[in-house]
Design a protein. Structure first.
Length: 205
């Protein structure tokens, strides 16, 4: 059997850590849905994930953070998704494609309602958005040839995107009959698309 290289060993450790994080977050969300978020203890989450409370504390500082972690992980992929879009693709199309594909399959209605209707979880969700804003700003700056620290456009675009994300989520939860989340999100992002197109027209003129 071939020896495992240091790089492979690091990759294996990273995958194991990610798997543990996902198991803890999945258990936290499942228990919160079953019992209500206020009735979930760290010990319960750790036991459901098959780890010790000490291991849990290595990953999360609160139950709210654990419950929302899967949403954070998905959101962190958005900057990478935008970077991976074709270089010549207009910014508005790149954003819409990246966001709608990252939210497929459809999110769980009960889970999203739990997060949006619980004050503590909603606050954590908003904090989550703040955590991923900087990577998104940098991805937009790369695509537009702007400076994320000096130019206003990347910051404004990221702020509008996350505003559209929150609005789309709230609208989707209220919609009757239930619409596809991807359709609602696409509609919300199309509202801000003219700002991206206007910037690119100015930049190319």
């Amino acid at each position: 059997m071939a020896a495992v290289t240091a790089t492979e060993d690091l990759g294996l450790r990273a995958r194991k850590k990610q798997a543990t994080r996902e198991a803890l977050s999945g258990a936290a969300l499942r228990l919160a849905l079953e019992r209500g978020p206020d009735n979930v203890r760290v010990e319960d989450i750790a036991a459901a994930a098959g780890v010790s409370p000490r291991t849990y504390n290595n990953y999360f500082s609160s139950r709210e953070e654990a419950i929302c972690a899967l949403r954070l992980d998905r959101a962190l992929d958005l900057a990478t998704a935008i970077r991976n879009r074709p270089a010549r693709e207009p910014l508005d199309r790149a954003i819409i494609a990246a966001f709608t594909r990252r939210h497929s399959p459809e999110p769980d209605v009960k889970a999203m309602r739990l997060i949006m209707e619980s004050p503590a979880l909603r606050a954590e969700f908003i904090k989550t958005i703040a955590q991923v804003e900087r990577p998104l700003i940098e991805a937009i700056a790369e695509r537009t040839g702007t400076d994320p620290d000096r130019d206003l456009f990347p910051q404004m675009m990221a702020t509008m995107i996350f505003g559209a994300l929150r609005a789309a989520t709230e609208h989707w939860l209220r919609s009757k009959p239930r619409r596809l989340y991807s359709d609602v999100l696409r509609e919300a992002l199309q509202v801000i698309a003219p700002a991206a197109r206007a910037f690119e027209r100015r930049a190319s003129s």
